[in-house]
Design a protein around this ligand. Structure first.
Ligand SMILES: Nc1ncnc2[nH]cnc12
Ligand SMILES: [Zn+2]
Length: 337
């Protein structure tokens, strides 16, 4: 079977996806009209044309501005529904989705608005397509730790439907050590922990996330390659890295896809996975990211299958579920040979 067909047909998980980053320009435009929100663009085409970034911050400025059109329960339902339709199209059978409560609560849009919208779309996708979903509540690291603690407390009613907490937004100057208390509290409450680290920030931020926040998974982590001891630590502990190839190119972490280090990290024995991060801003959903590795990095079948298996191994699914999917992948690959 051709590699491109294998990409499409293998069951996959996505482990690094910001739901606010799936807001397509068409939906942004429609919701701005619905709520009378003034956008600094005069057309959908102008929104698309504005998506040229030279750093993480230049993207985040547009991403937070875009999220301002999300106002009522139906908006959050539509946002989630549309991403889960993409999951179905890409044969994603399980996804662990980040949401940024503070992006909404800071604008007066509460948990009681976005959580029911998310949940309705998740319930439908489960029933309609059998997709399983975990939610990851991410704290914005450019805000204070006190604000993160307040968010953790505000979410209390929704703890049963939240699997993990995360840390995102502007990395440089906002090290993991700033959030030790809130991660310690979240862990004590039984949440899994993840954090963006080593996207733009130095390897030291990955060490801090591991040792101080005691994370279960690293989001991005591509700058680990600069530190041999860190590579050894990640390999020996089997720590999963949620790498986002197209995001890294759009945000200038690498000059172009041919320069991306994901396959080098895989070869060094790290549990790297492929993810789309903010697909509507970065030009592709999950399968597009795999296809980019095929086109620009000459990813072969062995590498593809390992990356897809890693997406299950690095997930927070129970062991029996992981093993079921790993066997399913082996069977599909054997049949395709
Ligand atoms: N790639 C990214 N890095 C940090 N924060 C984010 N929020 C949404 N996407 C992000
Ligand atoms: Zn991210």
């Amino acid at each position: 079977m051709k590699l491109i067909h294998l990409i499409e047909q293998l069951p996959k998980t996505e482990l690094h996806l910001h739901i606010e980053g799936t807001l397509e320009p068409e939906l942004m435009w429609a919701l701005a009209e619905k709520h009378g929100v003034a956008l600094p663009y005069d057309s959908v085409e102008a929104i698309k044309a504005a998506y040229q970034f030279d750093s993480l911050q230049s993207f985040l400025d547009l991403y937070y501005q875009g999220a301002d059109v999300l106002r009522d329960e139906e908006d959050f339902y539509q946002l989630m529904r549309s991403y889960l339709q993409h999951c179905h199209a890409d044969n994603i059978v399980h996804t662990e989705i980040m949401f940024d409560p503070q992006t909404h609560t800071e604008r007066g849009v509460g948990f009681d608005v976005f959580m029911p919208g998310f949940q309705r779309a998740i319930d439908e996708a489960k029933k309609q397509w059998g997709i399983s979903v975990y939610l990851i509540m991410s704290f914005l690291r450019h805000l204070s730790e006190a604000a993160a603690i307040e968010t953790l407390n505000k979410a209390r009613e929704y703890y049963p439907v939240i699997k993990a907490v995360g840390l995102d937004s502007s990395e440089q100057g906002n090290p993991p050590e700033k959030f030790v208390k809130v991660f310690t509290a979240a862990r004590a409450l039984g949440f899994k922990c993840v954090a963006h680290a080593g996207e733009e920030g130095p390897p030291d931020y990955i060490w801090q996330a591991l040792d101080l926040l005691k994370i279960d998974r690293v989001d991005h982590g591509v700058r680990a390659e600069e530190d041999e001891q860190l590579i050894k630590r990640l390999r020996d502990s089997g720590m999963a890295l949620t790498v986002c190839p197209q995001s890294n190119i759009k945000l200038c972490v690498f000059d172009n896809m041919a320069q991306h280090n994901i396959l080098d990290l895989l070869e060094q024995g790290l549990c790297v996975t492929v993810n789309s991060d903010d697909p509507s801003y970065f030009g592709g959903y999950l399968n597009d990211n795999y296809k980019a590795l095929m086109t620009h990095l000459a990813m072969n079948e062995t590498a593809l299958v390992q990356l897809v298996k890693n997406s299950f191994i690095g997930s927070f699914l129970p062991a029996e579920e992981k093993n079921k999917w790993l066997r399913c992948i082996d069977n599909l690959v054997a049949k395709a040979a």
